[in-house]
Design a protein around this ligand. Structure first.
Ligand code: GDP
Ligand code: MG
Length: 707
């Protein structure tokens, strides 16, 4: 059996770079059981070992899923060795994790990364001394430049001795060894110190595993706390930091004279400036959008839509199928259903690839960390962290990459809330709906678009407050680590690899999930219940379904007209479909983007306030299937995804009803049972926003479901 090696380290210390370098292209990505955290595994061919990438973490405490996943893997799967990657430009913070890893008694090699930067700064690190102080091999490397790889691999393949742990002060060590005595036969011998220290910190998960010796241990801890007059966990933490800073002081010599600023510091003083930060950021994002959506990416997308699919793929496939004398039904299914549907999605690929390239560059250069830092000041007030802002921003182009971008958020709680709310922001596919309603009912006013974005942002911020009150999503936004990585020129390999990974995930989705959905919707719109093909879509199963559900939307003001229900349903496939569906339903086979042919018809069917309610519902309700699929990937289970979609639909319904009912009351003076319901809804939302624990009764249920 080949050796299993775990790769552990802080976020941003170069773990992915090293992982890619060591394993090349042999990578398997999966999930850790029970959580939506990537589990990457790859082979190091030269030494015949398997490398498992643990999530980036700052410590081995029992609080975040990332930390729990990492420690469970180290304790239960018992890798043969650990590579602990340490950012040499940030030793104090990184070695805090190291000191906890060393307690585990698993052979460990420290890969001291970013040595290229350290050298440039004129800092000298004595790895010999460091190695002695830490009690394990230390190898200086640069994952980016590929320096020190051979020495690292040699150290890893020969690592078979348990490291000697970082010692704490006399009284603490005494308590630790007393606890060890009580644990000796209860836990694996090699992990004895780790369990003892964790017990001393009153680590809940460690206590669970220790079982009945806890009472005795508890006495030992209380005795220590009385003597030292401090909580045991903060004692351990402060002594860890104390030992580490002694070690660092003795083995690292910095040249930098105090008071002088590095280039990074100087740039940061401008881009994270209290007042300048936001405008600079707005400028950068405008540029990103201009390039990826409007110009370069837009040209690519137009080409794919108009030329590739419009002129080649669809007509080509149609005539080929005709030439092969394929059954016309099957041929229509393939061309109008599958190719057209998948094509509508793949059409976004060029825009997305350009967007990904630019975003990876922004991220890799270190600028994204600054944006998150700037936005954090605003978002924190709404229970969101600054990192949630990036997915939302990307979501204005397309919700799918927006949701996927939530992956960059380290805390699972923030990631889930962000994945659930990102699609409230109007994506580019929703713009035609906005244009249609604005044109048909509001004289083309730009205020309709402005209001749409405003409502989107408001929905996100309010959802931040509401969702964090839900027991399984509660807690404060994840700590924002203030240390910002130094700027550097992004590596071409990283950019290409990340872009490719993201693009491929997108294509794969179009090829599976969306393909299936397209087939189903085409089928429903082309046949009636007796399974004969219909000439008029009004006779189709889809029309019947629209009629069957349309009463639901009566309180929103557009439920009398079944076409709007069908438009809403087909919008689930892709929001572009809403306008296209109206074109078909109202007898125009082709409609321009803005749909101005059908403006008069819509104007005759809906009042402006009903039209606005329809717009808002379509903006906020369940996103398209592609985005739901992306949400499923981030949330992990269909159950959680279903709950998120339900929340989105309920919120959409509530907001649209309030808009239509209270709007009608103000404009036309109409009053009825639904007006009362609208006011009740406002009161309910206000209660949820203000109340401390509005969902307290669900606490038990959800924590069970989470377990
Ligand atoms: P992870 O979050 O731990 O997976 O870190 P990444 O591998 O994504 O690296 C974070 C950043 O540090 C990236 O921008 C890398 O290009 C950069 N980086 C990684 N290793 C080195 C290195 O040895 N030297 C320098 N200068 N930068 C590095
Ligand atoms: Mg990484």
């Amino acid at each position: 059996m080949s050796r299993v090696i775990a790769l552990a380290g802080n976020p941003n210390c170069g773990k992915t770079t090293l992982f890619n370098r060591l394993t090349g292209s042999s990578q398997k990505v999966g999930n850790w059981p029970g959580v939506t955290i990537d589990r990457k595994e790859g082979r190091i061919k030269s030494i015949g070992a398997v490398l498992v990438d643990l999530p980036g973490i700052y410590s081995l405490s029992p609080y975040s899923p990332e930390e729990v996943v990492s420690r469970d893997f180290l304790l239960d799967s018992r890798p043969d060795a650990i590579i602990n990657i340490v950012d040499a430009t940030n030793m104090e913070r990184n070695l805090y994790l190291t000191s906890q890893i060393l307690d585990m008694g698993i052979p460990t090699v420290i890969a001291l990364n970013m040595m290229d930067t350290v050298r440039k700064d004129g800092t000298v690190i004595d790895t010999e001394k460091l190695s002695k102080a830490l009690g394990c091999r230390v190898v200086g490397i640069s994952a980016l430049k590929g320096e020190g790889m051979e020495e690292l691999l040699e150290a890893v393949s020969s690592a078979d001795e348990a490291p000697s742990p970082v010692r704490l002060s006399g009284p603490l060590e005494k308590s630790i060894s007393e606890i060890s005595e009580n644990l000796r036969d209860k836990v694996p011998e090699e992990h004895l110190r780790w369990y003892s220290v964790k017990a001393l910190e009153r680590d809940v998960l460690a206590i669970e595993r220790i079982g009945d010796s806890w009472n005795k241990i508890s006495e030992i801890i209380e005795k220590l706390e009385k003597e030292e007059d401090e909580e045991s966990d903060s004692l351990v933490a402060s002594e860890r930091y104390g030992s580490i800073s002694d070690i660092v002081a003795s083995s690292v010599k910095t040249k930098r004279t105090s008071g002088s600023y590095t280039t990074s510091d100087k740039i940061d003083r401008i881009v994270t400036h209290r007042w300048l930060g936001l405008p600079i950021f707005a400028g950068v994002m405008f540029l990103v959008y201009y390039i990826s959506i409007t110009t370069v990416g837009g040209w690519g997308t137009d080409w794919v839509n108009d030329v590739f699919f419009g002129e080649w793929a669809i007509p080509g496939a149609a005539s080929w199928l005709e030439g092969m004398a394929v059954d016309p039904v099957l041929s229509a299914f393939i061309v109008d259903g599958l190719i057209a549907g998948v094509g509508a999605v793949l059409g976004f690929l060029p825009q997305m690839l350009v967007l990904f390239v630019l975003l990876v560059i922004l991220e890799d250069s270190g600028y994204m960390a600054r944006i998150a830092f700037v936005m954090d000041r605003v978002f924190r007030r709404f229970g969101l962290s600054g990192k949630s802002f990036i997915p939302i921003l990307i979501g204005t182009g397309c919700g799918v990459p927006g949701i996927m971008a939530s992956r960059t958020i380290e805390s699972e709680r923030d990631r889930r809330i962000t994945a659930m709310t990102t699609t409230f922001i109007p994506c580019s596919a929703k713009l035609p709906i906005i244009a249609l309603i604005a044109g048909a009912l509001f004289g083309g006013s730009a205020l309709v678009a402005l209001a749409s974005y405003f409502i989107g942002v408001l929905a996100i911020l309010l959802s931040g407050i509401i969702l964090k009150k839900w027991p399984s999503l509660s807690g404060t936004p994840s700590e924002f680590i203030m240390e910002l990585p130094p700027y550097h020129v992004p590596g071409i390999a990283t950019v290409i690899r990340s872009t490719f990974e993201k693009g491929w995930a997108f294509v794969r989705k179009a090829g599976t999930f969306i393909l299936l959905a397209c087939g189903i919707v085409w089928f429903l719109s082309a046949f009636d219940w007796s399974m004969s093909m219909v000439g008029d879509i009004n006779d189709s199963m889809l029309a019947d379904i629209g009629n069957a559900i349309t009463w639901i939307f009566v309180p929103l003001g557009w439920g009398d007209e079944w076409q709007f229900s069908v438009g809403t349903i087909t919008g689930l496939l892709a929001k572009e479909n809403v306008v296209g569906t109206f074109g078909v339903l109202f007898g125009f086979s082709e409609v321009a983007e803005s749909g101005d042919e059908i403006w008069p018809i819509i104007a005759a069917m809906l009042t402006p306030i009903a039209g606005f309610s329809f717009l808002v519902f379509n903006l906020l309700c369940a996103p398209c299937f592609a985005a739901i699929g992306a949400m499923r990937r981030e949330l992990g289970t269909w159950k959680a995804t279903g709950a998120a979609v339900l929340y989105q639909c309920l919120l959409a319904y509530a907001v649209s009803m309030v808009i239509f009912q209270i709007g009608s009351l103000l404009i036309y003076g109409t009053f009825g049972i639904w007006t009362v319901a609208a006011f009740a809804t406002v009161a309910l939302i206000a209660y949820i926003l203000v109340s401390k624990e509005p969902f307290a009764r669900y606490r038990h249920k959800t924590s069970e479901a989470a377990a």
